[in-house]
Design a protein around this ligand. Structure first.
Ligand SMILES: *Cc1c(COP(=O)(O)O)cnc(C)c1O
Length: 390
């Protein structure tokens, strides 16, 4: 006899899947025989470099790697990560106490609130933002407070606009620059302001730095840990996914405050037991090997950016050419919403973009293009966009 299966309330609290409508439309358009070009997803199309794959192949043959890993990661992986932080950002970290490996940074972002957020605590969440900040809050029975990211503030949250009563109840704040979806970068002054805010209100500051290596025009973006006081209040999430085209491998790490790393580690040791060691060895090869592959990735993305930005401007959409990330965040024309414009583009051209409203209410009025197809397909997408009648 079938039982009644009731979903937990936290599943009911998840935001509606706003891409369901797009997915449906995409299938309809594809069924008409239209060749779909997807600029919707944030997943690099480029392959992982051969020396990284070779490191995995060799590591996979060693029986020591077939056993349970330590949840915190191989010391050699954490050392490679903290050495990389030293050489890239001049940030000194203790690989033993101030670093933990992650099964992709998404895993750490989702798990961290379980260690530090109590039911009813406020979590400050950027809007628009990477959906996992909000979802991790909901799963820990916290209460999200959305900080709008507006064009007039350079897509940085206005910390002075957060009501005192909210700040007092806040346990944790998420920020992430270079930003997904707006592609904005943050100056160090903003990180300093966020650190002062965290100190004043006793708030844990979490910085998501997944796109630090996807920068353009040689303009390197900082780590939040470069700023005085950061390690006293916060933690930074990093990922090999976007830097080394390794999204499928599931490897990242968190660095920063030792008590925060310890709390996150406590959750991990009870939930997931860590990253396959052969993948960690491949991660070491990525972090310590030839960084020319990262330069190459940047050059490819920058060429794509230039093609797409020119196309977006040619059809009259306002957008700031990104200085980092593989996204272009463009304003929808008058008379459209994010959803209706996304729909029109798909219907009329077969190009898939992401509606800004899918990243939160303040993303309304924008669409996001991803630079994750080759230049030939991107030129084709631009040519089709130019046929749009607005
Ligand atoms: C891609 C992405 C991540 C994490 O990716 P992982 O593959 O889980 O490391 C984290 N934050 C943002 C904003 C991203 O876009």
């Amino acid at each position: 006899m079938a039982i009644t299966i009731r979903k937990a309330a936290r599943l009911e609290k998840l935001p509606p899947y706003l891409f369901a409508e797009i997915d449906k439309k995409k299938r309809e358009v594809a069924a008409r025989g239209v060749d779909i070009i997807s600029l919707g997803i944030g997943d690099p199309d480029l392959p992982t470099a051969p020396h990284i794959i070779k490191a995995l192949q060799e590591a996979a043959t060693r029986p020591a790697n077939h056993r349970y890993p330590d949840y915190e990661g191989l010391f050699s992986f954490r050392k490679a990560a903290t050495d990389w932080y030293k050489s890239r950002f001049n940030v000194t970290l203790d690989p033993d106490k101030e670093a933990v490996s992650l099964i992709g940074s998404k895993e750490g972002i989702a798990h961290l609130p379980l260690a530090f957020v109590n039911p009813g605590d406020v979590v400050l969440v950027p809007d628009p933002g990477y959906p996992v900040y909000n979802i991790g809050t909901i799963f820990s029975d916290g209460e999200p407070y959305f900080m709008p990211l507006r064009k007039e503030n350079g897509f940085l949250p206005d910390l002075k606009a957060i009501p005192e009563a909210v700040a007092q109840r806040a346990a944790l704040m998420w920020i992430g620059y270079p930003n997904n979806p707006t592609s904005a970068v943050a100056p160090k002054e903003f990180f300093a302001e966020a650190i002062r805010f965290a100190e004043k209100h006793d708030i844990i500051l979490c910085h998501d730095n997944a796109y630090s290596e996807v920068y353009y025009e040689g303009k390197k973006t900082p780590s939040f840990l470069e700023v005085d006081g950061a390690k006293e209040v916060g933690i930074e999430f990093h990922s090999l996914s976007k830097t080394y085209n390794m999204t499928g491998w599931r490897i990242g790490f968190a660095v920063g405050n030792a008590a925060l790393i310890d709390g996150l580690g406590k959750i991990k040791t009870n939930v997931d037991s860590g990253v396959f060691q052969a993948v960690q060895e491949a991660g070491i090869a990525a972090l310590t090997g030839d960084q020319g592959v990262v330069d190459e990735m940047r050059q490819i993305c920058q060429r794509r950016r230039d093609i797409l930005v020119r196309g977006v401007n040619a059809i009259g959409l306002a957008c700031t050419p990104p200085l980092a990330t593989f996204y272009v965040w463009a304003e929808v024309p008058k008379g459209y919403t994010s959803a209706s414009f996304t729909s029109k583009i798909l219907d009329d051209t077969g190009v898939v973009v992401t509606p800004g409203s899918g990243f939160g209410a303040s993303g309304e009025g924008y669409i996001r293009f991803s630079l994750t197809v080759d230049t030939e397909r991107l030129r084709e997408a631009v040519a089709r966009l130019q046929t749009l009648r607005l």
